[in-house]
Design a protein around this ligand. Structure first.
Ligand SMILES: Nc1ncnc2c1ncn2[C@@H]1O[C@H](COP(=O)(O)OP(=O)(O)OP(=O)(O)O)[C@@H](O)[C@H]1O
Ligand SMILES: [Mg+2]
Length: 257
């Protein structure tokens, strides 16, 4: 039996500047079902509509037409706060996911306060700092020794690793990653990608990850979606995805341009 969708998007339309000379149809009748455990790499040219799609899912942008359910709940017209029960996001800018003026420990406290998960209540009772170190050590970013450091003094990679940890503490139904390694140097980017893979697989997180790195899109996840000019041009999973090569994707980019 097919599992119910974590996210169901039906006939989504988004138009910017409607009725003006600048009118732009950015999402054109997009339909998509994300099933539990899917790790979807989302690729597409600049301006294709990838971030707009994620923004409409998160509720930061209202849609003009279409329907959306999240964890079985109709959310099409619901606020960002309402959807936050099921969603977490990590953005391209490492500054977006953490509070720079607060310390690493204070940021983790904030993230914990947003979750009611049993596994985290355990940490509230335990020695807090030791528990935070236990959470941070697997990131292998040296953050376990920087608990009292204000986050603004961390490197981009450390900050992004912390954002990822904070976004996933609550084990969201759906994790949205929008080019979350793009601002990092190649080595750090790889480290954060490895970490992403580790967290996503160990917690079986359903994930949509936008990336411009073809190699990451091919390596990670069980499913690949290509967005082109506001439409889904390719949606492959399993063996079909595993058999894709970078050349195939480049050809598709060219053909659909
Ligand atoms: N809030 C907005 N107001 C007006 N236009 C917008 C807005 N957000 C996005 N757009 C426009 O919608 C189109 C799609 O943008 P979007 O950010 O979704 O692309 P993208 O696929 O994420 O591209 P990139 O790979 O460059 O991040 C672009 O033409 C962009 O200028
Ligand atoms: Mg984008």
């Amino acid at each position: 039996m097919q599992q119910p969708a974590v996210l169901s998007v039906k006939h989504l339309q988004k138009v910017f500047f409607p009725g003006t000379a600048n009118e732009r149809h950015v999402l054109k009748n997009v339909s998509l079902e994300i099933t539990p455990g899917d790790f979807v790499a989302v690729i597409g040219n600049n301006g294709a509509g990838k971030s707009t799609l994620l923004n409409t899912i998160a509720g930061t942008l209202p849609v003009d037409a279409g329907e959306m359910t999240l964890a079985g709940h109709r959310v099409t017209k619901k606020s960002v706060a309402y959807r936050a029960k099921w969603l977490s996001r990590v953005f391209q800018d490492p500054k977006m996911g953490t509070a720079g003026e607060l310390s690493v420990a204070q940021n983790l406290t904030l993230a914990q306060e947003h979750t009611g998960s049993m596994s985290l209540r355990r940490y509230r009772r335990a020695d807090q700092l030791a528990a935070y170190q236990e959470l941070l050590r697997p990131l292998e970013m040296g953050l376990e020794d920087r608990l009292t450091t204000q986050v603004k003094y961390l490197s981009g990679g450390q900050r992004q690793a912390l954002s990822l940890l904070m976004a996933t503490l609550s084990q969201p139904e759906l994790l949205l990653l929008d080019e979350h390694t793009a601002a990092l140097d190649p080595q750090t980017s790889q480290k954060v990608m490895d970490l992403t893979q580790k967290i996503v697989t160990s917690h079986h997180l359903t994930t949509m990850m936008i990336t411009h790195k073809m190699s990451d899109a091919l390596t990670y996840g069980n499913r690949l979606v290509m967005v082109q000019d506001g439409q889904i041009k390719l949606d492959v999973r399993g063996a079909q995805k595993a058999n894709l090569r970078a050349e195939d994707l480049m050809t598709l980019f060219t053909v659909t341009d």
